[in-house]
Design a protein around this ligand. Sequence first.
Ligand SMILES: [Mg+2]
Ligand SMILES: [Zn+2]
Length: 422
Amino acid sequence: MRAVFLDRDGTVTKKTSLVVKPEEIELEDGAAEGIKMLNKSGVKVIVVTNQPQVARGLISEDGVKKINDKVQKDLMKRGAHIDDFYFCPHHPEQYSDVPEHAKKYRVECSCRKPNPGMILEAAKKYNVDLTGSFTVGDRTVDILAGKNAGTRTILVKTGVAGKDKKHDIKADYECDTLLNAATLIRNLIKTKAIILAGGKGERLLPLTKDLPKPMIPINGKPVLEYHINLLKKYGVNEIVICGSYLVDKIKAYFGDGRKFRVHIDYPGEKEPLGTGGAIKNAAQYLVNAENIIVLNGDVITNMNIGSLLRFHFSHSGIATVVLRKTDHPIDSDIIKINEKNEVTKYIGRGQDIHKTANVGIMVLRTKILDRIPNGISNIEKDVLFKLLNKEKIYGYLSDAYIKDIGTPERLKKVRREFPLIS
Ligand SMILES: [Mg+2]
Ligand SMILES: [Zn+2]
C-alpha cells in the first residue's frame, strides 16, 4: 500500500501555525481537488501534524481533534477525505510559564517532526510501503521527517513555502500547490521503469565473459544499482529489467528487488530482441502504467530524472528522448529539435551539423506498445522516428553527467569520474 503523508497547517489549510479554533480552518486553494485525486489514485491519505500549542497549554488534545474534524468535514463537502489523522502534542523545551495541565507534554518525543514517529506508526497500521510513498509539506521540518521515514518528499509553495530554512534539506520535488503535488504523485504512480540490460558487451571482453555489461561495478556497485537508486529517489519503484545475456547473474544479485526496496520483474528473452522488441516483450508487466521511463543498462548518469519526468508529464508527446550536446557527432545518434523542443528529424551517425545526441534515456507513453512490431526491433530507428509525421516526440536537453561504458576506454573514464560526482 502506498500512502501520502500530508502536513496540515500551510499545506492542507491556510493558517500556518497556532490554530486553536475550528473557525480558523480554511482549506488551501486546490487542497480538496488534490486530496480527491489522491483518494481516487488508491493511496492512503494521512495527515501528520505537529501541534505544539497543546504543550503550550493553548488547546487540549480533544481541541486538536475537533479542528481535524472540521478539516475532514470541509474536505468531505468537496468530495475528498483524509484516511487518518496523527498529531504530535509535544514540545521539548521547558518554559516557566507553562500551565500545570500542559507540563506533561514538555518532553522529547519520537513523533514531533522532523522525527518520523507519526509516519512510521501510520505505516505500520496500514502496511505502507514507505519507499513508494510521499510526504508533502510546506516546511523543511516536513521534508526532513519524510526523508527520515524513507519516503519521497515534496515541498509545496503554500504556507511558509520552505522559507523557514530551519533544516538544510532539499525536497525531491517542489510544487506550487497541493493540487500540483497530487497530480505529480498520480503521474509517478502510473510510471514504471524499464532497464535495457541486453547486449553482450563484446567490446568489453574479457570483462563481460562472465558478467553482463550492466553488472560491471563502478566504485564497487553494479551500474544497474545506480539506476535503481536513481529511479527510487524520484518515486519510480516498479522496475522491469530486460535482457537475455547472463540475465541470471542480474537476478541473483537483485532478486525481486525487495532488498533494494523496489519491485523488479524480469520478462526474459529467449533471444536478444533489440531495444524495441525488449520493451514490447515487457508489455505484460506494464499493465496499468501510463508512462515508461527507459534507461539503457550501459549508460551511467546522475541526472535529475524527476525533472525529465515532469517535462514528459506536462507535454503530450508519445515520447520524450533525452538529448545532450555532443562534440563527437561521428559516433553519436544525432537528433534535431526545434525551439519548442519537438523532435523534427532523426539524423543518425556520422553527421556533424546538428549537435544534439540521443543518450539512451527516454520516457514513453504506454500507447506506444501497440506501435512496436513483434520480434526484433530498435526503439528509435524502427519505431519512434518512423512515427515522426504522426506523433509528437519531444527532446529533453540535459547537461548532466550521462556517459556510456561501452568500451574499455570509456569504462575507465567513467570509473575515474563518476565516483567524484555521485
Ligand atoms: Mg505546515
Ligand atoms: Zn510528539
